[in-house]
Design a protein around this ligand. Structure first.
Ligand SMILES: Cc1ncc(C[n+]2csc(CCOP(=O)(O)OP(=O)(O)O)c2C)c(N)n1
Length: 194
């Protein structure tokens, strides 16, 4: 990797951190019309993965989607307007922080329903493969989401349909799981059976 590439990745990570820190400062004023989940500390996951993608590759995310949206090139103004519930927001002010999307940048959908977009991402990857299109579909989710039935159904479907394709770049249909140890309300360690 060149020095320029490394600097670009670092710049993108710092930009995302600054955006989220600013939003966190503004949030207590009560003007943002959305519950907001920050991804502070996970910038490298988003930037590292999206840095390896092309603009026409697609990503799907969950409730903690700010970093994925920005790293893939989602429009910052559209994101901020969305958090304030404005018509100019990327989901016309109706989706809020957890439903960011910018199809032009390849951010197809984010959803607060755990695992929901994962299944759609695999469907997209299957469509790319069937159509012989050289594009990649990525799905980001947290480690708490592996407890959802849809996680198991999606992986099972991906394996049964051989979604990891047979051609070039499309061989990579990527699942990206980010662990925080403490999901929204329950420590992951309490879920483990010893
Ligand atoms: C299908 C579904 N079940 C439960 C919830 C409630 N819920 C919201 S976030 C969350 C924890 C998610 O943990 P993880 O995927 O690790 O993400 P994190 O918030 O820790 O980054 C839960 C259980 C939900 N949104 N959707």
């Amino acid at each position: 990797m060149t020095t320029d590439s490394r600097e670009n990745l670092l710049r993108d990570m710092v930009r995302i951190r600054r955006v989220e820190e600013t939003l966190a400062e503004l949030y207590p004023s009560g003007e943002m019309r959305t519950p907001t989940h920050f991804s502070i500390g996970q910038e490298a996951v988003a930037v590292g993965v999206c840095g390896a993608l092309r603009r026409d590759d697609v990503v799907y995310s969950g409730h903690r989607c700010h970093a994925h949206y920005l790293a893939k090139g989602g429009d910052l103004r559209g994101m901020v307007a969305e958090l304030y519930g404005r018509e100019t927001g990327c989901a016309r002010g109706r989706g809020g922080s957890v439903h960011l999307n910018d199809p032009a940048a390849g951010v197809i959908a984010s959803s607060a329903i755990l695992g929901q977009t994962m299944a759609v991402a695999v469907g997209t990857a299957l469509a790319f493969t069937m159509d012989g299109i050289d594009r990649v579909a990525v799905t980001f989710f947290g480690d708490g989401t592996v407890e959802e039935g849809i996680f198991h159904e999606t992986l099972n479907f991906a394996v049964m349909r051989r979604v990891p394709g047979r051609m070039g770049r499309s061989a990579f249909r990527t699942f990206v799981v980010a662990g925080r140890e403490l999901p929204l309300s329950w420590p992951a360690s309490k879920d483990r059976v010893s």
